[in-house]
Design a protein around this ligand. Structure first.
Ligand SMILES: [Zn+2]
Ligand SMILES: [Zn+2]
Length: 323
């Protein structure tokens, strides 16, 4: 049984030395400036956390809880396991609410994210993979996002990979007039405004309001967005390079303990490539998967159904052989 196979020296495959070329449709030297600009702005703003005046405990709490609310529920659970892979079903109102949490991570629209990720599964670690780190680590981590790659033009990509989402008016509307970007900017306003009035009300000083408003914006939105970016990007880069394998899949996916824990379950990436539709990415008892626990809880309260479980038969067939 696959679950009986513990990682061992035999399955601890090191980073493969084989390299692949960049996508043939990459236009070298041409950048998608709005993306590159957003990365520069967010990373620069995130550096402001070193200023003590911009720290607040409320900001820190919002930063930490935001990883779960936006990163785990919005990206892992909704964008990835629900929308991309149909790992379970839930009421439409809940699906759409979770999708908005995903939008607040500034990782593009659901239709775009899903299309890119489905292409990744179709061509994992081949030249056509949108973000294989076998071309180069930095490419797989983030450079692929701001380089022009003609294969990734929206219309063609959506036509091939996310027709199902585009048939839903909710997702179609998110594509219009950069609605998803405005939602992110609205998020800035909400955090700052609530923080401002809370700080003012608690102290009677408008300046204290400005301080609390700025700190919850900086920690709760900017730093959290950058943190969630790097965690998501690490799934594309780190877990296609370093870790152990439970399954003999035909690409370089790995289970990485550090990323598995940090990402609340997405880092058990070799398990995921072995059974992409499975809603659970932790296949061994100790592979903690907080995203799966969340889906399980939704099922318990009747808000999730048709949950795709681990196929143990298939797992046994694909499991790494130990000699
Ligand atoms: Zn992958
Ligand atoms: Zn996937």
């Amino acid at each position: 049984m696959a679950s009986a196979v513990e990682p061992s020296a035999a399955s601890m495959t090191p980073y493969t030395t084989h390299r692949i070329p960049y996508p043939s449709t990459l236009v070298k030297g041409r950048f998608i400036w709005p993306y590159a600009g957003a990365f520069i702005v967010y990373h620069s703003l995130a550096l402001l956390v070193v200023i003590p005046w911009l720290f607040s405990w409320a900001g820190l709490v919002l930063f930490l809880t935001g990883f779960y609310v936006f990163g785990t529920l919005g990206i892992n659970l909704c964008y990835h396991r629900l929308l991309t892979h149909y790992g379970f079903k839930c009421p439409k109102w809940l699906e759409h609410t979770l999708a908005i949490l995903g939008v607040c991570c500034l990782q593009d629209t659901p239709a775009r994210w899903v299309a890119v990720h489905r292409r990744h599964h179709q061509h994992s670690d081949e030249q056509e993979d949108p973000h294989s780190p076998l071309a180069s680590f930095f490419w797989g981590h983030m450079a692929w996002l701001y380089h022009v790659n003609t294969e990734m033009e929206r219309r063609e990509l959506y036509e091939r990979y996310s027709k199902d989402l585009m048939a839903d008016r909710f997702y179609k509307n998110l594509e219009r007039r950069l609605v998803w970007v405005w939602i992110n900017l609205a998020q800035w306003m909400v955090y700052y405004t609530v923080g401002f009035f809370a700080g003012w009300a608690m102290t009677g000083s408008p300046m204290a309001g400005v301080q609390l408003g700025l700190s919850v914006w900086l920690w709760g939105v900017i730093l959290r967005t950058v943190g969630v970016w790097h965690i998501t990007w690490s799934i594309n880069s780190v877990t296609h390079m370093w870790g152990y394998r439970n399954y003999e899949t035909d690409e370089n996916s790995k289970n990485n303990i550090l990323i598995g824990i940090l990402s609340n379950g997405e880092g058990w990436h070799n398990n995921h490539h072995a059974q992409p539709r499975c809603a659970s990415h932790g296949h061994k008892w100790w592979e903690l998967d907080v995203t799966w626990i969340s889906i399980w809880l939704l099922k318990k309260v009747g808000l999730a159904w048709d949950v795709v479980e681990i196929n143990r038969k298939m797992a046994a067939k694909q499991s790494v052989k130990e000699y």
